[in-house]
Design a protein around this ligand. Structure first.
Ligand SMILES: C[S@@+](CC[C@H](N)C(=O)[O-])C[C@H]1O[C@@H](n2cnc3c(N)ncnc32)[C@H](O)[C@@H]1O
Length: 396
C-alpha cells in the first residue's frame, strides 16, 4: 500500500468529491486520467504543466532547434515517398508547447520547399490548456496548420507522417500488484482526507490474458508479495485510432521504453511510473494530484503487438543516440567548431544540448520506433519498405 509522505497536503476537494462519487476508490487508470487530463484540474488538461528548461521538465525539442533540424530529413524522406502531387500531412500528436511542430515546419519550409508547399500541419492535442499555448506559438507557422482529433481525421484519412514524441508515456496505465497467489489491480482509495494505492480485485479478462506473454505468469517467488508494475491498456485503442486517421504513411514513436524482459524483471519491483514537476522527480504518483506530470515507460513488445492489432506494420527501431548520429549529429557537432568564437557562449550551449540528446544516461536512451501503413491499394500490408534513414549505420 502506497500513501503520500506524512507532510503532503490533503487530497484536493475536487478529487475527494470524485472519489466519493465513485464509491471511495477508482482503478489507478482512472486516477491517472483525471490528474493529467481533467480539463479544469488535470496537469495537462488545465495547461498548468510547462515544458522546457524553465518549466516542469525538458524534452528534446524544448532544448533548441537541433532536434527538429536533425529529424527533418527523416520526415522529408517519408513525405517524398508518397505519391507525387498528393496533398501531404504532418501530424504531431501530443505537441506540448508546440516547439517540435513549429521547428519542423520551419526546417521543411527552408530545406524542402516543394514538399513543404503541399504539406499541411495537423496537431492532435486533447487538452485545451495545452492547445491554447500551441496556437500562440504557431501563429506564424510557415505551413498551413489546424487542430483536430483522430476521430475527426478518420472521416477523410490523410497521407503523411504522424509523430508521437513523448506522448504515449502520458496515456493512463493500470498498476498491478502481487497479493497472495494473484495479480491484483491497484486502486486509488480515499482514506479520510488522504489517498492510498491499494491492491484490490484479482486481475481478470484481457489484462490477465497478456501477463503470460510478458513473463509474469506463472507466479513464483521471484516476484514477492507487494511487487508491482504497469500494464498499458490504452495503447491499442490509441494506435487503432491513429491508424484510422491515415490512409497511407508512417508513424514515428519516440519515447522511453524497455523490452518486456527488462520492464518486468524481478528486480524492477515497482515498475517505471514517475512524477515530474519543476525539474524534480518523485516516485510517488499520489503527490499533489493535478500538479505533477505522471509518466510510465512503454513495453516494446506490448507496443508492437498493439501497433499490429491497430493496423500498423512495424519497421524497426533504435535508441535516440544512434538515430541522431545516423541523421548527422556528429557532423553538426563538428560544424560548431568552425563557427566564429565571438558566439562562444551560444556555441557551448548548443554543444551541450547536442551531447545531451545522444547521452545514453539522458535523452539518448529514448527509443525511436517506426511503423508504416497503407490502406490505399491492394498491396499487402507487409509490402517491404525502404529502411528509415535513422536506422542506417552512421558513417565513421
Ligand atoms: C510530455 S508532453 C510532450 C510534448 C512534446 N511532444 C514535447 O516533446 O515537447 C505530452 C503531450 O501529450 C498530450 N497528450 C496527452 N494525452 C494525449 C493523447 N491521448 N493524445 C494526444 N496527446 C496527448 C499532452 O497534453 C501534452 O501536450
Amino acid at each position: 500500500m502506497l500513501s503520500p509522505p506524512p507532510d503532503s497536503p490533503a487530497v484536493p476537494e475536487w478529487l475527494a468529491e470524485r472519489l466519493r462519487a465513485a464509491g471511495g476508490s477508482v482503478p489507478f487508470l482512472d486516477y491517472m486520467d483525471w490528474v493529467l487530463h481533467d480539463p479544469e484540474h488535470g496537469a495537462y488538461g488545465s495547461g498548468r504543466l510547462v515544458i522546457g528548461p524553465r518549466g516542469d521538465f525538458v524534452t528534446s525539442p524544448s532544448m533548441g532547434q537541433d532536434f527538429a533540424q536533425l529529424l527533418a530529413p527523416q520526415v522529408a524522406e517519408w513525405l517524398a515517398l508518397l505519391p507525387a502531387e498528393a496533398p501531404l500531412t504532418l501530424v504531431e500528436t501530443g505537441p506540448g508547447e508546440g516547439q517540435l511542430a513549429q521547428q519542423l515546419a520551419e526546417a521543411l519550409h527552408a530545406g524542402w520547399p516543394s514538399l513543404a508547399g503541399r504539406t499541411e500541419l495537423v496537431l492532435v492535442e486533447p487538452n485545451a490548456g495545452m492547445a491554447q499555448r500551441q496556437r500562440q506559438r504557431l501563429s506564424a507557422c510557415p505551413l498551413p496548420v489546424r487542430w483536430s482529433d483522430f476521430a475527426g481525421l478518420a472521416s477523410a484519412p490523410l497521407r503523411g507522417v504522424v509523430l508521437a514524441h513523448e506522448v504515449l508515456d502520458a496515456l493512463a496505465i493500470e498498476r498491478i500488484e502481487r497479493r497472495d497467489d494473484h495479480w491484483c489491480r491497484q486502486r486509488v482509495v480515499l482514506r479520510g482526507d488522504h489517498l492510498s494505492l491499494e491492491a484490490a480485485e484479482p486481475l481478470a479478462g484481457p489484462l490477465l490474458d497478456q501477463l503470460d506473454g510478458l513473463g509474469l505468469l506463472p507466479l513464483d517467488d521471484s516476484r514477492p508479495e507487494g511487487w508491482s508494475t504497469e500494464l498499458h491498456p490504452g495503447l491499442e485503442p490509441w494506435l487503432a485510432a491513429c491508424a484510422g486517421a491515415l490512409s497511407e504513411g508512417w508513424l514515428l514513436v519516440i519515447d522511453y521504453a524497455h523490452e518486456a524482459h527488462r520492464y518486468y524483471a524481478p528486480q524492477r519491483s515497482a515498475g517505471t511510473l514517475m512524477a515530474y514537476r519543476r525539474q524534480q522527480a518523485s516516485d510517488n504518483p499520489l503527490r499533489e494530484p493535478g500538479l505533477w506530470d505522471l509518466t510510465a515507460h512503454l513495453c516494446l513488445e506490448s507496443l508492437e503487438a498493439a501497433a499490429r492489432a491497430g493496423g500498423w506494420q512495424p519497421l524497426g527501431g533504435c535508441r535516440q543516440g544512434e538515430a541522431l548520429l545516423a541523421l548527422g549529429l556528429a557532423r553538426r557537432l563538428h560544424e560548431l567548431q568552425q563557427e566564429p568564437a565571438s558566439r562562444l557562449a551560444e556555441l557551448l550551449q548548443r554543444r551541450e544540448t547536442l551531447l545531451r540528446l545522444v547521452d545514453p544516461a539522458s535523452l539518448g536512451n529514448f527509443r525511436w520506433l517506426a511503423f508504416h501503413r497503407d490502406s490505399t491499394s491492394a498491396r499487402s500490408p507487409a509490402t517491404p519498405q525502404p529502411e528509415p534513414l535513422f536506422l542506417s549505420v552512421p558513417s565513421p
